[in-house]
Design a protein around this ligand. Sequence first.
Ligand code: PLP
Length: 320
Amino acid sequence: MTTPAPVPAPATVLVFLDPAFDGGRVADATQPQLMATDLGATRGDGVFESLLAVGGRPRKIQAHLTRLAGSARLLELDIPAEDAWRRAVDTAIGEFRRQDPAAAATGGTDEVVVKLLVTRGPEGAAAATCWVQASAPAAAGRRQRETGIDVILLDRGYDSEVGERAPWLLLGAKTLSYAVNMAALRYAHRHGAADVIFTSADGRVLEGPTSTVLLAHLETADDGAGGVRTIRRLITPQLDSGILPGTSQGALFTAAKAAGWELGYGPLEPKDLLDADAVWLISSIRLLAPVNHIDGQEIGTPELRRQLTAELNALFATIE
Ligand code: PLP
């Protein structure tokens, strides 16, 4: 009996934004492409976005382009116009799918992770270095959507007003300086958790290292006709507390509102999370990851988490 040959993983696709190439310049990801003096590499001086393409279509592309432009503005980086990014994103997705038409390497989901990257360029450069990267999503993220995750609370060490007081900390920008976020995740893994919810020095719930925090509360109320109705409330930390405004949270809130959910914005404290009927970490690639335990304490019940996650997943699936 012969064993079938393993399906080769599709290579990462790189497309550099280059005025000489209308759709961007495709580059070989197995070869060096950046100068060793690029300030993105030497100082983490740059910005990025991560988005998911499903069936060849990038999701929430406008929200990501808007946030990329906002991050670039905060770092005083000049970046190409949205059209050039859109064309490069299409080239990268098209090239990735061309290499793997059956989407075998993405587990048949046809999901592609698309990153938009900007660095300040090599020292002394007149223009930023900009490129798009397309790659397969990690299996762990898909698994966590289904099984849920245990998280721990970690102090970020800043108070919730520092974003306003010290804008140079760039807390509202999606910068390439993610070493702190990655260190927090490694700390969580060492302590038996999959992820982290940061809290502020003044005890507020902030965000995950790569995600936005959401919680749901169900309440019953008089329906005015002798019966009861269920009020579904979806809450996230207030956006001006030094966190990155999530495009997934923003889109889900719009869809949930249309479906009759009430929406709320913090301030939230850890006890609000522990008292919730469900808590999620939401982001563009992993989507909704239900939180099973926070610091060892169960959130809601498995049945409630399952039900509410299915309901919000169905709403999220309607987002373009
Ligand atoms: N907060 C942080 C710090 C993030 O890094 C991310 C995404 O990577 C998010 C929130 C979620 O943002 P989005 O839903 O736009 O992916």
